[in-house]
Design a protein around this ligand. Structure first.
Ligand SMILES: [Zn+2]
Length: 274
């Protein structure tokens, strides 16, 4: 069934767990994620990232109706989320298409501009009963590796002000994770997670979730992370599974990729959602 981010994160708060949030830039990844969540009887978030349209993977107006269809018929709660919307017109289109949640990402802007645009996103989303996630601090580039220093980690006082004044439903925080592949093992600032959690009253989101150790996932969940964005390593697992094999039919490669992604997502869900 289709739910908003606010509703799905309430479940996470009650269970003291995190909801797995997976990018699904094609039908196969949607099948993998939703069937894994149904089998584990866990709520799940499927996401379309603006950057995936920019990379030519899928167009929002084509993939959104399929995401919504898959969510509505699922036996578990599913939120259909727009990931890293960096421009407000794109977010408006997403809301019109039926996304139940949007992320406005103003992390590359100065905090005042991020604040002003986030307020507009909250106002837009409220017209549709949709939820808003926003980001304070920065996880670095949306794709690829980043050498992020602590200076761009989320400052707890800024987070408190931002959440109060914008009225967002969830806050993406920077505390040592990065998007894409990790070259070295990430070192997470757990104390920062606890500090922000003690100050704000909306759920916290971790981006760059792929490649973090099971122990670190458990630690951040215990300290208050309620949504974990995950994609890179599931896509990598599927690519590795089919590369080097010779297939005579394309659909056989697709089926293999779906089952490998499903197994990877199941592994993640087993850690995130006890
Ligand atoms: Zn992200």
């Amino acid at each position: 069934m289709l739910v908003s981010l606010k509703e799905i994160l309430k479940i996470a708060e009650a269970k003291n767990c995190a909801i797995g949030s997976f990018n699904t830039p094609n039908f196969e990844s949607m099948q993998a994620v939703i069937s894994a969540a149904e089998e584990r009887k866990c709520p799940v978030i499927i996401m379309h990232a603006q950057v995936h349209e920019e990379m030519g993977l899928c167009k929002m107006e084509e993939i959104a109706p399929i995401m919504l269809f898959m969510a509505e018929r699922a036996s578990v709660p599913v939120c259909v989320h727009l990931d890293h919307g960096t421009d407000l017109d794109y977010i408006s289109c997403g809301l019109e298409l039926g996304f139940t949640s949007v992320m406005y990402d103003g992390s590359a802007l100065d905090i005042k501009e991020n604040y002003a645009n986030t307020c507009i996103a909250v106002e837009l989303a409220s017209r549709y009963g949709a939820s808003v996630e926003a980001e304070v601090g920065s996880m670095g580039a949306r794709e690829g590796c980043s050498e992020a220093g602590e200076s761009i980690y989320t400052d707890p006082d800024t987070a408190l002000w931002f959440v109060k004044e914008t009225g967002i439903d969830a806050l993406a925080c920077a505390f040592g994770t990065a998007h894409g592949m990790y070259l070295t093992e990430p070192k997470l600032d757990f104390e920062r997670v606890s500090k922000i959690k003690s100050m704000i009253d909306v759920p916290m989101v971790m981006h760059g979730g792929s490649g973090v150790s099971p122990e670190d996932y458990r630690e951040v969940i215990q300290r208050g992370i309620r949504k974990i964005n995950y994609y890179t390593y599931m896509a990598k697992a599927a690519a590795e599974a089919i590369s080097g094999k010779s297939y005579s039919q394309f659909h056989d490669a697709v089926n293999d990729a779906v089952s490998v992604m499903k197994a990877d997502v199941t592994k993640a869900i087993n850690i995130f959602c006890k």
